[in-house]
Design a protein around this ligand. Structure first.
Ligand SMILES: [Zn+2]
Length: 363
């Protein structure tokens, strides 16, 4: 028996009563009240901290129970689970679980579709000066840590820049504004990277890799190396055209903003912004769009997309050798890999690019 407060559900008057559990019945006994209610016609609320538990009856009356220990002993003595006493409660759990699943589905959908959509909208409405500023800061940071001045002969730089600006747009629209910069970087290795404001970074190492794989070849070999380099650059221009870097960055910023808002520290958001940009990994879709753009541009300018496929292959081999040489340890170079080639998809991308070349070759 334990002392509880009884409310009839109609008035706010509290009746002190004793509560007992016997023969499958709740038994209430007080000055003006004697009541027996079968267990099946009552429901007991879950224990939440030290809050009083409520024993509800079907007619709206209820008891407030504050002596948790005594109640649990009573439930145990009656052979009932101390926490969920009545099967009706399980219905509530199912309801809670269903709401939880619904909320999870909602957030997943928001993350999957709503977020990229919002990022796209925002990316197209940012003032042009902002992406330019991001490029400036990113280059400054890279120059400080991982980049060195290019050692490519100026004539070679000129040749690549000229060939790139001579490209005709394949899809009617003009080629988006971009700004090609040459840098040497042992840390990054053979790679290229498009920044939000249209700056395209090309490493000496990528040019060397293209040249080496065509060594000993004739004039045709030289133009094939050039096609490989232009293919990579066209791919990067594709990222600029579709504003991938900016969209990805805005998306990351929205997520970071929500997280910081939740954690309540906005200063950390500003601190992580440049790092977030450098950790960009493009989605499979973004790479596909950039490859399609490159392939169309190459075909429109008399080059085969297979050259880009070859280049991807060379790069992957290069990085794989590097990885083996370093005994599988993730080095600075392998971390940078994702800028141009996103790891698991490379073979799929190579196959698709080769397929495009074959289609074009058919009469
Ligand atoms: Zn890419």
């Amino acid at each position: 028996m334990l002392q509880v407060s009884y409310f009839d559900g109609h008035t706010s008057r509290r009746h002190p009563v004793t509560l007992d559990l016997q023969f499958g019945e709740w038994r209430l006994s007080g000055e003006q009240l004697q009541r027996r209610v079968p267990v099946a016609e009552a429901s007991l609320s879950e224990k939440i901290g030290n809050a009083p538990r409520q024993l509800h009856f079907d007619d709206g009356a209820y008891c407030l129970i504050t002596d948790h220990a005594a109640l649990e002993l009573m439930l145990q003595a009656a052979g009932m689970q101390p926490h969920s006493t009545v099967s009706r409660l399980e219905g509530k759990w199912r309801y809670a679980l269903a709401s939880f699943v619904l909320i999870a589905v909602f957030f997943t959908a928001a993350y999957q579709w709503g977020l990229p959509w919002a990022a796209n909208v925002v990316a197209h409405r940012l003032p042009a000066s902002l992406p330019a500023l991001m490029d400036e800061q990113t280059m400054a940071m890279l120059d400080q840590y991982v980049l060195e001045p290019s050692e490519l002969p100026p004539a070679r730089q000129q040749e690549i820049a000229q060939a790139l600006s001579d490209l005709q747009p394949a899809q009617g629209d003009a080629i988006p504004e971009f700004h090609l910069v040459f840098r040497k970087s042992e840390a990054i290795g053979p790679n290229a990277f498009a920044m939000p404001g249209g700056t395209i970074l090309l490493t000496d190492e990528l040019v060397h890799l293209a040249d080496e794989s065509r060594q000993g070849k004739t004039q045709q070999g030289k133009s094939l190396a050039q096609a490989q380099i232009l293919g990579v650059l066209a791919h990067e221009i594709g990222h600029v055209e579709h504003r991938h870097a900016l969209r990805q960055f805005v998306q990351g910023t929205i997520v970071a903003a929500v997280v910081t808002w939740y954690l309540g520290d906005i200063s950390s958001l500003l601190a992580v912004a440049p790092a977030a940009l450098l950790n960009t990994r493009y989605t499979r879709n973004f790479e596909r769009e950039a490859d399609a753009y490159a392939a169309a541009t190459m075909l429109g300018n008399g080059m085969s997309p297979a050259a880009l496929a070859d280049m991807l292959n060379n790069m992957e081999q290069h990085y794989r050798q590097q990885e083996t040489a370093d005994d599988g340890v993730e080095t600075a170079e392998t971390q940078w890999l994702d800028y141009f080639s996103t790891h698991p998809n490379t073979q799929e991308r190579i196959a698709r690019l080769r397929g495009l070349s074959v289609e074009e070759a058919r009469p």
